[in-house]
Write a protein that binds this ligand. Structure first.
Ligand code: SF4
Length: 371
């Protein structure tokens, strides 16, 4: 169990199993080893409470059982290949997966809590025009263990770096979470029921995949929804977000209403502001009309330039004007200042700078969790 261990395919990735299944798998190994049942509790505690990354640290478990576990199971879906620490406290990681692909996560400290933004895919197939992760294209889905591993390992680091655990989780890094729905939903269950992060502390952010929004609404837990909107009408949105052709904005809002009808929860909207593209006062008024009386919060995010577009971020004055139109009309909103710019914390930027891929438009301060 060295720091560079590879992951033999025969080993089951324990982090990728829902807690009940993981428990059954461990209990089977414990029974097969002739050990008492309470050993299962010990292993589960090491895995979920103490965030163990290997079996050899489980010192209250007999060595032969640990060795047996290590032959059957793995706790290491990825290894940290890079860490960047910003002067503003943001910490960005690249995680190298077993096949050599890399994904990013970002720890973002704000007064009162630590937020983790994690990735759900390597690359992305949806091609949003302001986002170079989209430019770069889709490489593959992350499996459940690879998603959960970002949370577990970032949480270990947060406890040392900030002396507090992750208190808020957003699926807003590389990839579209609802295009990897099975693995993402499994990871929600594992992080919530296994690692114990409250469902109200977990937000799934989508660019508007309606079947996934409806499926999220069906889950029994109150996971939160964020929608990357970026435009208040079909034509403008289509010019920025190609998935608008498949899931037009009217249908999208019908799905959002369905989610709110079932959950009664506030929906956060992300709106990236691009100079002269979607930042006019009239556009802000149209957005007010679209959001209507719904329970919402709008995060306004000055666009993070990428090499493939000659757009500019909206100037500060335009951002403030846009914000005023919303707040004057009673729509709760805030400007989300990009964080960790000295370490390329916007989604995908780090991979771009390391010559591996593209850049997207998040890496912003966490949404203020108005609930
Ligand atoms: S903004 Fe999100 S959904 Fe759109 S291309 Fe980028 S990663 Fe994919």
């Amino acid at each position: 169990m060295t720091g560079n261990e590879s992951e033999p395919a025969r080993r089951v990735q324990l982090l990728g199993l829902r807690p009940g299944m993981a428990r059954s798998a461990v209990a089977g190994a414990v029974a097969a080893a002739g050990e008492p049942a309470y050993r299962t509790d010990q292993v589960m505690e090491w895995m979920y409470v103490r965030r163990a990354r290997s079996f050899d640290v489980m010192t209250n478990v007999p060595l032969p059982l640990r060795e047996r576990m290590d032959e059957e199971f793995s706790l290491r879906p990825a290894d940290r290949s890079f860490e960047g620490r910003s002067t503003d406290g943001t910490i960005k990681h690249l995680w190298r997966l077993a096949d050599g692909e890399e994904v990013e996560s970002v720890l973002i400290p704000t007064p009162g809590r630590i937020t983790l933004c994690l990735s759900s895919q390597v690359g992305c197939a949806l091609g949003c025009r302001f986002c170079a992760t989209g430019d770069f294209g889709f490489r593959r889905q992350l499996d459940t263990g690879e998603i959960v591993g970002q949370f577990r390992d970032a949480d270990r680091i947060a406890r040392t770096a900030y002396e507090r655990p992750i208190g808020n989780l957003v699926y807003m890094g590389m990839g579209e979470p609802l295009a990897n729905q099975d693995a993402v939903f499994d990871s929600l269950e594992i992080i919530h029921a296994g690692f114990g992060l409250g469902a109200r502390r977990i937000t799934v952010s989508t660019v508007g995949l309606i079947p996934g929004i409806l499926a999220l609404a069906e889950l029994p837990q109150p996971f939160k929804l964020a929608v990357s909107l970026h435009a208040p009408n079909h034509e403008l949105r289509l010019s920025l977000v190609p998935i608008e052709r498949r899931y037009p904005i009217d249908d999208l809002f019908a799905a959002i209403d369905e989610y709110q009808g079932r959950k009664g929860r506030r929906v956060t909207f992300e709106y990236t502001l691009i100079d002269g593209v979607n930042d006019a006062e009239d556009t802000a008024r149209e957005l007010v009309g679209l959001l209507g009386r719904r329970l919402v919060f709008v995060n306004l995010i000055p666009w993070n330039p990428i090499p493939s577009r000659d757009w500019k971020a909206s100037p500060a004055s335009a951002v403030r004007r846009f914000l005023s139109v919303l707040t004057d009309a009673g729509v709760p909103a805030a400007i989300r200042t990009p964080r960790g710019q000295d370490i390329a914390a916007a989604c995908g930027q780090l991979r771009l700078e390391r010559g591996l891929s593209g850049a997207a438009a998040s890496g912003v301060a966490p949404n203020p969790d108005p609930e």
